[in-house]
Design a protein around this ligand. Sequence first.
Ligand code: SAH
Ligand code: ZN
Ligand code: ZN
Ligand code: ZN
Ligand code: ZN
Length: 438
Amino acid sequence: GTGALSLLGSPLGAPSCPHGPALLFVKTSQGKEEGRKFYACSACRDRKDCNFFQWEDETVSEARLAAREEYNRNHQPSFTHTQNVDRYKNFVALPLSKRRFCQECQQLLLPAEWEKHSDHQFLCNISTAQLKSPSQLLYPLENKKTNAQYLFADRSCQFLLNLLIDLGFRRVLSVGTPRLHEMIQSKASEEEFSVRSLLLDIDFRYSQFYTEDEFCHYNMFNHHFFGGEAAHETCRKFLYEESGERVIMVTDPPFGGLVEALASSFKKLMAMWKETEKEGHDNKEMPMFWIFPYFFESRILDFFPNFSMMDYQVDYDNHALYKHGKTGRRQSPVRIFTNLTPSMVVLPEEEGYRFCTVCQRYVSSGNQHCEICNSCTSKDGRRWKHCVLCKKCVKPSWFHCNNCNCCTLQNHSCEKTDIGCFVCGKAGHKRSACPSLS
Ligand code: SAH
Ligand code: ZN
Ligand code: ZN
Ligand code: ZN
Ligand code: ZN
């Protein structure tokens, strides 16, 4: 239909699916709520991945509740995290020739299990180096609507790590950033490298490679720790800044929307940090890097008005569009949003970033300071142009449309819609025609 879905939150007592408490939604049209409210899975927006559905006002029979509980139990991973940690110990004790990884089941195999996987594809001679880079061993879950696992290009990952080390952080809460976590973990064995990381991610395959102190199975859309109170406590302990080891949270969530659900979980993680040491933190917030596309800027600022968007373009390995190429580079739309003072976030000059003394932040080479706006206005790295009618800078490919009374793409249709676009929040177009996505 024409309506959009609005998230109403995650009320206490919400029913659960295998991914933890469900979220409450309502269909909206023209900005008005319409129809019955319903619960749906927080993590999977593709109903093929989780088809949980319940009307808010529905009475669920005892029998259905019992069936649901059983279903949720049956849809938990076949091994617990503790079992996986044990299995790992046994695995590394094996000679190289006996170390197999089943590619179909995405699982490290112990010799007794070979038989069961005999007609599956597997990798042999799994080296210690491979075990230290699970993100290379596991295939990325690219399912757009659910996992959207886009891994950092080495250059971007290295940049992030150096940046946070230079900023003095010694602990990283890696929320949905397995590759950053892995880079930190594999360096942690080196001398003079004192940074530690805790990975929170919904991808349980990682529990095969990390202990309970290194990985928590976590859903960032409903702040659900699958490991219960013990996992909560692990996270709390990690956030406690012993001996002045400062913590930063780095997150790179799937881009498919639900910004309010993410923001609500991140606020809960921030609150956890704040509660760990009441005296020291005063009015401070846990430092954070939220990695997300620039066209979500206004949505993020709705929830975190003190955040700023950095010009750095985050590149990915397995994303055709967001890759850094030598020629004809497709510019990545992905940026870092942070509550740190922008001037502290130093961007690499060798990649063309420069410091704007007026804006007091690093900007990309194409981002010209506009004298009228008095700021470096480009969001996408290209040079933007100032429109006197709109009284702001706009993309170079836009022109001012007198019908719409704003700047937009040349070949748009002048239909008006009252409700704002789901992606950029602006009126005048729908999500499918959002100029930010062009
Ligand atoms: N660029 C990052 C990966 C980002 S991809 C890196 O290279 O480290 C998004 C990550 O979020 C994936 O690891 C995915 O498993 C995780 N994720 C997806 N949905 C999630 C959810 N509901 N809760 C927690 N993590 C989730
Ligand atoms: Zn198998
Ligand atoms: Zn301007
Ligand atoms: Zn204009
Ligand atoms: Zn128009």
